[in-house]
Design a protein around this ligand. Structure first.
Ligand code: PLZ
Length: 445
């Protein structure tokens, strides 16, 4: 098995060329002729191998990964359990199409999802390829099950780049600009954003509910769709009580509560799902990213009575629940469980929070530090204000990259730095990354 070969990737960050190095620069030139300019890279080093929390580029630089490919390799790169499961499945068969001739691993993934997602009610699932596709299908199911059309989404939301999910996503640039027309019957209401609005969870929920009732009308609403911790929008953790109040309102009004856990799910926040921190039980959960340790797989899991209302053949797709991706998901879920990575996420939270809070006292540009588990961010402001400071975020990301650390920016105003390390990151690696980050923040204005 591949996993028994000793990995050539070291465990330490090591920058051996200028960044990007000569081989990466050559590849980048090659790419310009054939890859659409619509795709960009924040950090154009070309990767040839990865292990744990380190990715190595074609020039031999060992780069510390504090992004996990946007919250995907939560179990770490090149995890032996995942490599073995994927290799065995590739050798057995790679595709039949679940709608043509089924296979066990699809069913086994759905069994895991029924058990792991919040609530003890009966649940069924459908598997897809990407997060966007999962969200689209959750909306389809909610509309069919309720016979209603309106979908409620929030300020700062991110749900994808397909036509329907672009409409659900809040931010115009770069996701939506000139890509319209957009899907109808989508209504955006105010999010709880404690750092900027100062409202309690109850107050923010009252505001959002009033907006829905006045502008849409509860009886027209099929679903309320929300990221329990917003990802691309800036790692916004709603004030305590916001999610439970919305959940209660949806139950009272026959509205489907859809939790988009695509970025926050699978132990990322120190629990299996971010809604668990407030004991919210969604009617439907959308998942992807961390679910399958790097293989493309997404899922919609929900109350059986909603999910099973769909007519025969109403859900599907050629590749959804592909056997290799399903094998990766089963191995990933077992690894998360066996290595107790949910507890590790909480340890990572303690280490990062301590580092960032200390740094915040020292510098004038960190306005807020927030997040849960291994999903933590800080918001950059102009000193003495809450005005967004996107220039500082840019400068911090660039400094980190130059020093061999992957750090990602996010936020409606581009002024938030987010940390999403693989949960197998060691304390030494994490402290090293935080040191680089601290220097990056100190040199920014
Ligand atoms: N819902 C909450 O975070 C994907 C997008 C990066 P796909 N987030 C990363 C980019 O710029 O494209 C995401 C998410 C939440 C849905 C999605 C969409 O998932 O797998 O990218 O389609």
């Amino acid at each position: 098995m591949v996993s028994s070969i000793e990995s050539a990737v070291g465990t330490e960050r090591k920058v051996v060329t200028e960044i990007p190095g000569p081989k990466s620069r050559a590849l980048h030139e090659r790419r310009k002729a054939v890859v659409s300019a619509g795709l960009t890279n924040g950090f154009p080093v070309y990767i040839e191998r990865a292990d744990g929390a380190i990715v190595r580029d074609v020039d031999g630089n060992q780069i510390l990964d504090l992004g996990s490919g946007i919250a995907v390799t939560t179990v770490g790169h090149a995890v032996p359990e995942v490599i073995d499961a994927v290799s065995a499945q590739v050798a057995a068969f790679t595709h039949t199409c679940f709608m043509v001739t089924p296979y066990e691993s699809y069913v086994a993934v759905c069994e895991e999802l029924a058990a792991l997602t919040p609530g003890t009610h009966e649940k069924t699932s459908a598997l897809f390829n990407s997060g966007s596709e999962a969200v689209e299908n959750a909306v389809k199911i909610a509309r069919l099950a309720t016979g209603r059309q309106a979908i409620i989404v929030f300020d700062h939301a991110y749900h994808g780049r397909t036509n329907l999910t672009m409409a659900l996503t809040a931010k115009n640039m770069p996701y939506k600009d000139h890509f319209g027309p957009f899907a109808p019957e989508i209504y955006r209401v105010s999010m709880s954003y404690p750092f900027l609005d100062g409202l309690s969870g109850a107050e923010a929920a009252e505001r959002a509910i009033k907006e829905i009732e006045v502008q849409v009308g509860a009886s027209n609403v099929a679903a309320l769709l929300i990221e329990p911790i917003q990802g691309e929008g800036g790692f916004i953790v709603p004030a305590e009580g916001f999610l439970p109040a919305l959940s209660e309102w949806t139950t009272k009004n026959g509205v489907v509560f859809i939790a988009d856990e695509i970025q926050s799910g699978f132990c990322r926040t120190g629990d299996w799902f971010a809604v668990n921190h407030e004991n919210v039980i969604p009617d439907i959960v959308t998942m992807a990213k961390g679910l399958a340790g790097g293989m493309p797989l997404a899922a919609v899991t929900g109350r059986a009575e909603l999910m099973n209302k769909v007519h025969e053949g109403g859900l599907g797709g050629t590749y959804g629940g592909n056997p290799v991706a399903a094998a990766a998901a089963l191995a990933t879920i077992n690894t998360l469980r066996d290595r107790n990575l949910v507890a590790r996420a909480r340890e990572i939270e303690a280490i990062i929070m301590k580092g960032l809070r200390t740094l915040q006292q020292d510098v004038a540009i960190i306005g807020d530090v927030r997040g849960r588990g291994a999903m933590i961010a800080f918001e950059l402001v102009e000193p003495g204000t809450k005005n967004p400071n996107a220039a500082a975020a840019k400068s911090i990301v660039s400094y980190c990259n130059q020093n061999g650390v992957i750090a990602l920016a996010c936020g409606t105003y581009g002024n938030v730095i987010r940390l999403l390390p693989p949960l197998v990151i060691t304390d030494d690696q994490l402290l090293d990354g935080l040191n680089v980050l601290a220097s990056a923040v100190r040199q920014a204005r």
